[in-house]
Design a protein around this ligand. Structure first.
Ligand code: VG1
Ligand code: CO
Length: 543
């Protein structure tokens, strides 16, 4: 088969963000756009010859076309084998699991995660390395540099291949294996969790609802929860992946997974509720009439880890992204294990996990995970919670409120101002950066500002430095106010303001976070001058 070298021109906007390259579908559909980026990925992996690549996506619009383009290019670029999830489908944690189980060299995930899908919405692509985790900045920087100077790409002159039936065939010199998207992942879950115990849970009166939001976790949740664990049919709702996610916004939070939240807060509420995002790496945990913040979920799982079979021996350490609440730090201190604070994005956990420094990690953005893969993992978090419920016999609300009594409650809320003009986003951050030094020592929102900084991280394993990861006001009473611009949006800029305050008094641990944090919220609005600069009176999303 003839390898074609296609001349192309560089696009100036292919810089990977927090989690790969995300753009409107129409941007990806421009001639050569996807091809340029894929060639730039391959160029950044010079030792790929003869090696195995894992390929799949969350099933969103353009997924199938992209799979065909990438297969042709992979064959032309010397990969030895590509493992593709049947139908082109693989969740993000499943890609990570398959890379590790099959000792693949890397993987390409087609997803824009929680961003909406369809011809007028978003598409995305990211590269994962041989540990199963997102490529570190060294590689994403190389991809970006390559994308700015690319002049041609390699592909094959060949028709589309059948990705809908399991099997193995050749594409020129490269082997293509179409595999079951769920099998390896389900086997991994069965090794970590005691499925017998969980089956007993569902055999009793315990009931749950899992909302797959018409995104990728449907097939995984149906197989594991209903087929293998015996949860009643109908436990998984919206379980069929659709190219437009049913017109929804598969971001598992109280705003976008509202029908699930309404059900869990309603009269007929089951014991447990959970939802996942577009590519299956996020999770939202609900109890009956109870919402668990992601930061609390991480902390509670860490405190209860020995109840989960795969972690009976305890945790080596824990990590959280900087904006995530400090709840898990308090648990680590009590357990006498190390805790780490990394920048936003799962790629920063990879080295700590590989070096055996941490077992659990998580982010405030509904991401929780462990050393079983190198991505956050939505269904893993669900099974971890079910394991703790089964072992303790307690409800979600009991587990969390007792946790607060023991460790204190970290009241927490994130306010997002989505789609503000990019220039306003930059101005807000620049003005605030300039202001930070004079804020130190002042009394604001009834508290003393102890320190301020522009968060920078030195990786303890490889010494690499990542700067400008968010602006912080740290108060003397432990409260925090954090500001960042999103690195995953595709329209203008998104400002995220994170507010946190620790309450030790059990009598004051059952209040509305928006009320408890109102002074910090007002301060955040004041300092950013968001209303003056953008006309926005309120955030678009509160989590
Ligand atoms: C957001 C979250 C971050 C998460 C990232 C990818 O990034 O805040 O915690 O790691 O999305 O998650 P940003 O830069 O927009 O704040 V996912 O589920 O999109 O792969
Ligand atoms: Co995701």
């Amino acid at each position: 088969m003839a390898v074609l070298t296609i001349p192309t021109q560089a696009f100036p906007d292919q810089r990977p963000g927090t989690s790969g390259l995300r753009k409107k579908v129409s941007v990806f559909q421009q001639p050569h756009y996807l091809e340029n980026f894929v060639q730039s990925i391959f160029a950044a992996i010079p030792d790929r010859k003869g090696k195995t690549l894992v390929l799949g996506g969350d099933g969103r619009f353009f997924n199938r076309e992209a799979i065909q383009i990438i297969l042709r290019m992979a064959a032309a670029n010397g990969w030895g084998k590509v493992m593709v999830g049947r139908g082109g489908l693989l969740s993000t944690p499943a890609v990570s699991a398959i890379i590790r189980a099959h000792h693949a060299h890397g993987g390409i995930i087609l997803s824009a995660s929680h961003n909406p899908a369809g011809p007028h919405h978003d598409f995305g692509i990211k590269y994962n390395i041989s540990n199963g985790g997102p490529a570190p900045e060294k590689i994403t920087d190389a991809i970006w540099a390559g994308s700015k100077s690319i002049q041609s790409y390699q592909t094959l002159d060949t028709a589309d291949v059948d990705i809908d039936h399991d099997g193995v065939f050749q594409l020129d010199d490269m082997t293509v294996e179409i595999c079951d998207p769920v099998r390896d992942y389900a086997e991994l879950m069965a090794r970590i969790f005691d499925f017998e115990t969980l089956r007993r849970l569902f055999n009793g009166n315990f009931r749950m609802r899992f909302d797959a939001m018409h995104a990728i976790t449907g097939p995984y949740a149906l197989e594991i929860l209903e087929n293998q664990l015996g949860a009643p049919a109908g436990t998984v709702v919206n379980g069929i992946p659709l190219t437009d996610f049913g017109g929804g916004h598969p971001d598992p939070n109280l705003v976008y997974a509202k029908s699930l939240a309404d059900y869990l807060f309603g009269e007929e509420a089951p014991d447990f509720g959970a939802a996942s995002d577009g590519d299956g790496d996020r999770n939202m945990i609900l109890g009956r009439q109870f919402f668990v913040t992601p930061s609390d979920s991480l902390a509670a799982l860490a405190a209860n880890a020995t109840h989960i079979p795969g972690y009976h021996g305890g945790l080596k350490g824990v990590a959280r992204s900087m904006p995530t609440s400090q709840a898990v730090d308090v648990v680590a201190q009590k357990l006498g294990i190390p805790h780490y604070e990394t920048p936003t994005g799962w790629k920063f956990f990879g080295n700590l996990l590989d070096a055996g420094k941490i077992t659990f990690c998580g982010e405030e953005s509904f991401g929780t995970g462990s050393d079983h893969v190198r991505e956050k993992d939505g269904l893993w978090a669900v099974l971890a919670w079910l394991s703790v419920i089964a072992a303790t016999g307690k409800s979600v609300a009991e587990i969390v409120t007792r946790h607060w009594q023991e460790f204190g409650r970290h009241y927490y809320t994130r306010h997002d101002y989505e789609g503000i003009p990019a220039s306003a986003g930059e101005e807000i951050m620049a003005t605030l950066t300039a202001q930070l030094p004079v804020l130190t020592g002042q009394t604001l929102a009834g508290r003393i500002v102890q320190t301020t900084d522009d968060f920078a991280y030195t990786d303890p394993i490889d010494g690499s430095i990542s700067s400008h990861q968010g602006l912080r006001l740290l108060f003397s009473d432990g409260a925090r106010l954090v500001f960042r611009l999103s690195g995953t949006g595709t329209e203008g800029a998104t400002l995220r303001i994170y507010h946190e305050h620790l309450e030790q008094d059990a009598a004051r641990q059952h209040l509305d976070p928006q009320r408890v944090l109102r002074e910090l919220i007002a301060l955040g609005k004041d300092l950013t001058r968001i209303e003056k600069l953008t006309g926005r009176k309120a955030p678009t999303v509160i989590t």
